[in-house]
Ligand binder design. Structure first.
Ligand SMILES: [Zn+2]
Length: 279
């Protein structure tokens, strides 16, 4: 898919942190906090020490994590390191409009229009005309978890649903790298299994498993894939409890024991074991 540079990106000033363009980047809460800092201080750019003091101390991130997050933001924004004596000051200039090295940018106007065309929130069904909601483009799988800008990873959500989803996903941002890694597995069994392993015996909510299971291709029946891991010798617990707030039942899974992956296809190995079991 060819992507156009949005016209607004030709403006030199960086977008405000609460603008729809920034919301649609799907940044994690910490990245957004960092962007806000750089934006607020764009005329008096901070040093890395100041950035670390502002961002890292607040949420317990290491200096290395903070450095990495500044690099992450450079995928989207032009952030100059300006020399000042022995330090560098990090100055936010605007969008990163470098087209040649495949960095991610704001979505093109055409793509946004295509996603928003149904004019209905994909989650709650409310519409701008009837319910006066504002629709934004949402990444089903967040970008920082490895989600793409392809049309099938994008959906229209109203601002309420979008912020609710962000809050839910935000609680798992500490696992972003593990989730990305798990999502890379070619087979759904591998994606589910690696995700459970990443949580090291902690409970993983169904909603998250469903998202990661479907990352390479949509999984209608990921629960069945998950149960099939037991055929490989995995021990997986299941629990269901009522969320006092919403009254909805929330289910989660955890792996108490896992086995190494078979040499070839996981699916083939599972069918082989199932056939053996029947004989
Ligand atoms: Zn909604």
């Amino acid at each position: 898919m060819t992507e156009e540079i949005p016209e607004e990106a030709s403006s030199e000033s960086p977008p405000t942190p609460d603008s729809p363009e920034v919301a649609e980047l799907g940044l994690s809460a910490v990245h957004l906090q960092l962007y806000k800092l750089l934006y607020d201080l764009r005329h008096t750019p901070p040093t890395m020490l100041q950035i670390r003091a502002e961002i890292a101390d607040g949420n317990g991130s290491s200096p290395a994590q903070t450095d990495r997050r500044v690099r992450d933001l450079r995928d989207y924004f032009l952030i100059d390191a300006v020399r000042d004596g022995r330090n560098h000051r990090y100055q936010l200039r605007g969008w990163n409009r470098d087209r040649n090295n495949g960095l991610r940018r704001a979505l093109s106007r055409r793509l946004r229009a295509q996603v928003l065309a149904p004019q209905r929130c994909a989650q709650c069904g409310r519409t701008p005309t009837e319910h006066h909601v504002v629709l934004v483009v949402d990444h089903k799988v967040p970008r920082h978890w490895g989600g793409t800008d392809e049309l099938d990873n994008l959906q229209p959500l109203c601002e309420d649903c979008n912020s609710g989803k962000k809050a839910f996903y935000g609680t798992y941002d500490d696992y972003a790298n593990e989730i990305k890694e798990a999502a890379n597995h070619d087979e759904p069994h591998g994606r589910i299994g690696e995700l459970l392993k990443a949580f090291q015996g902690d409970w993983v909510p169904s909603e998250l498993i469903g998202v990661v299971a479907s990352m390479k291709q949509y999984q209608d029946d990921w629960q069945k894939r998950l149960r099939e891991l037991r055929t490989l010798g995995w021990q997986i617990d299941f629990k269901k409890k009522k969320d006092p707030k919403s009254g909805r039942f929330l289910s989660s899974y955890r792996a108490k024991h896992w086995e190494p992956w078979p040499e070839g296809s996981i699916r083939a190995e599972i069918s082989r074991l199932e056939q053996d079991g029947k004989q």
